[in-house]
Design a protein around this ligand. Structure first.
Ligand code: GNR
Ligand code: NI
Length: 174
């Protein structure tokens, strides 16, 4: 397993649509392993392949808390087949938008079809944080970021703060 670097905005790859996986082969399993290690190290509760520079429709999620048994979820080619009318708001963050958080309203529950680590077809009903996390990750596969769900004012503020951070880092390095 190898930890990979996580891309951050404004990397143009984060705006691309990822391609479906055609076979859950060794290469895909290696990527799933690397993504899980990268997510745990970050740390984060979810990661999409595009965030490590691979445009494939692959997601890893683990909502287990510190000290609890790890509970990884490997999701390939997810299809959201149902979204509730009821919405719920969570404070979201994204490893590709470091240190920025905002409340995002999304359907409070959803149903997802996908392939698991063994290439087996699965279906889950998700609610709570899992439903939010799955939708956040599926957005990544379509080039969408959580800031796209915010008002222009809030989105621009986050983009401005991120640009300022990058400038500060450049100043220290140069
Ligand atoms: O670590 C993460 N936390 C989080 C919190 C609320 C809603 C979504 C997330 S996903 C995020 C990791 C990430 O950027 N995944 O793409
Ligand atoms: Ni994210």
């Amino acid at each position: 397993m190898a930890k990979k670097q996580i891309l951050t905005i404004p990397d143009p790859l984060l705006r691309k649509v990822s391609e479906p996986v055609t076979s859950v082969n060794t290469e895909v399993k290696n990527l799933l392993d690397d993504m899980l290690e990268t997510m745990y190290a970050a740390p984060g509760i979810g990661l999409a392949a595009v965030q490590v520079g691979v445009l494939k429709r692959i997601i890893v999620i683990d909502l287990s808390k510190d000290g609890e048994k790890k509970d990884p979820l490997f999701i390939i080619n997810p299809q959201i087949t149902y979204k509730s009318d009821e919405l719920i708001s969570y404070e979201e963050g994204c490893l590709s938008i470091p240190n920025q958080f905002a409340e995002v309203k999304r359907p409070s529950s959803c149903k997802v079809n996908y392939l698991d680590y063994d290439g087996k077809k699965r279906e889950i009903n998700a609610d709570g944080l899992l439903a939010t996390c799955i939708q956040h990750e599926v957005d990544h596969l379509n080039g969408v970021l959580f800031i796209d769900h915010l008002s222009k004012l809030k989105k621009d503020l986050i983009l401005k703060k991120t640009k300022k951070k990058i400038k500060e880092i450049d100043r220290v390095i140069v």
